[in-house]
Design a protein around this ligand. Sequence first.
Ligand code: NAD
Length: 252
Amino acid sequence: MVKIVISGALGRMGTTIGRIVDEAPDLELVGGVDVREGTLFGTEVVPSVRIDEFLKEKRPDVLIDFTVAAAAVENIKAAAKNNVALVVGTTGFSPEQRETIRGAVEGHVPAVISSNFSVGVNIFWKLVREAARQLGDYDIEVTEAHHRYKKDAPSGTAKTILEILDQELGNREKVYGRVGETERKGEIGVHVVRGGDIVGDHAVLFAGNFECIEISHRAYDRAVFAQGAVRAARWVSGREPRIYTMQEVLGL
Ligand SMILES: NC(=O)c1ccc[n+]([C@@H]2O[C@H](COP(=O)([O-])OP(=O)(O)OC[C@H]3O[C@@H](n4cnc5c(N)ncnc54)[C@H](O)[C@@H]3O)[C@@H](O)[C@H]2O)c1
């Protein structure tokens, strides 16, 4: 049995992951962490100030973190200190926070960190890379849409799209929305929509003369991310202590 603690246990992703772990015969949900105490499918959820003692008491194999960037950094440090493997889906990290995470994880515990745990998005990223290789001289626009409660923008998935485009095309200027007089040059346009209960839409448009190609992905239920995170939790336990991508988990 792989023992799992979820941080952000009372949030949208935390409760969705909790249900999947609770129903899996090979996994054991041993508790959760959030800003306040509560319960998750019959297990105890403790305030995050108690994470260190909670991990010592419950001795999980994996901590799955879907919180907010600042909180995730602290939770990751606590997990690494207690020799607990990690699956991190939280987005919105600054470059400094990424460095802190790298320092805490590398050489200490295995961690799968991904801005998107859906299988479809990981394939979508590959398609975007291939299109960028072939269509580098087309105009490129990235669009993403999420629910009204999403805290960070652009989404972590959109930032990963931009990283892939940078890797393939060099560092192009990014223009975040346009207003007033604008003249298109070689920039990549980035557009963010927030509203209702949209789970997560991403599209990359390659526009040339007389034709456009659009590669897009739409998530209909956050269970798709939760299932991917649980798959990563099964995979990560017992690996070499370093950071892994979801592409590695999927063998892509
Ligand atoms: N990688 C992916 O596939 C993927 C998919 C969906 C969402 N996300 C990301 O996951 C994160 C959570 O998304 P959500 O929709 O569940 O948000 P949410 O606001 O519903 O849940 C976040 C939870 O974290 C809790 N939290 C805040 N500080 C904490 C702390 N110090 N310790 C423990 N818990 C703390 C909050 O109280 C809340 O319950 C966001 O960063 C989002 O972008 C990633």
